[in-house]
Design a protein around this ligand. Structure first.
Ligand SMILES: *Cc1c(COP(=O)(O)O)cnc(C)c1O
Length: 223
């Protein structure tokens, strides 16, 4: 029998077919058994939003899994993930970058990151403001972090039924990515990824050029 997870993944892959995006299963709150079903379906990258949860699950699952941190990261926790994390998607400040730089150097590796941009209306969602990020680029920000590889941008849209609003937020993130790519050049900063869209709004994100949709409930069911 085909598992529910595998079936969901198959259907979701069909709906993103033809877009530039890949599907990142988000495994927060789900146990190793369910995650392993996605692994068996061929997935190797998974998103988690808490450091503690990655650490707990990592040792119960195959070692070739590439873990992405997608939730808010406190500076004092970077040290626990520095030697293995595949991508930190939620870099919302220069202060956090300073700590990632320090821990990357210590671990003897370059840590790939996305910069999280605040595109939603809700104030509780974190991230750089577009203006702040452009200023930082103008001041040569990335060059101060040689052990960090900036691979693109991540954003969360307002949780809303208003498609016009959500779409315009995704579009503003896509525009910002293009502006950065066209105007700035640093060896450790390449605008390859545009991580946007979750279970409730991924179709709009795909329309606006997402390269990675982060999906939990649509894959594994309700939390
Ligand atoms: C939980 C989470 C997701 C996935 O949300 P679903 O609604 O379950 O698809 C995506 N991005 C972030 C940052 C999350 O914390």
């Amino acid at each position: 029998m085909v598992s529910k997870v595998k079936k969901n993944l198959g259907e979701l892959e069909k709906s993103i077919q033809g877009s530039k995006a890949r599907l990142l299963p988000v495994t927060k709150t789900f146990g190793p058994e369910l995650i392993f079903e996605a692994y068996q379906a061929g997935y190797r990258e998974f998103g988690e939003n808490r450091v503690q949860e990655i650490l707990e699950k990592k040792d119960k699952l195959p070692s070739d899994i590439q873990w992405h941190l997608i939730g808010h990261l406190q500076s004092n926790k970077v040290k626990y993930i520095a030697d293995f994390i595949a991508l930190i998607q939620s870099v919302d400040s220069e202060k956090l970058l300073l700590e990632i730089e320090k821990q990357a150097k210590k671990a003897g590796r370059i840590i790939p990151v996305l910069l999280q941009v605040h595109i939603a209306e809700e104030e509780n969602k974190s991230g750089w403001d577009a203006h702040e990020l452009l200023d930082w680029m103008r001041q040569g920000g990335p060059s101060r972090f040689p052990n960090v590889q900036i691979k693109g941008l991540m954003g969360l849209a307002t949780y809303s039924e208003d498609e016009v609003k959500v779409r315009s937020e995704f579009r503003s993130l896509a525009d910002l990515k293009n502006t950065i790519a066209e105007n700035f050049s640093f060896p450790n900063c390449r605008m390859e990824e545009l991580s946007m869209g979750m279970s409730s709004d991924f179709r709009l994100a795909l329309d606006e050029g997402s390269t990675m949709v982060r999906m939990g409930t649509a894959v594994f069911g309700g939390r």
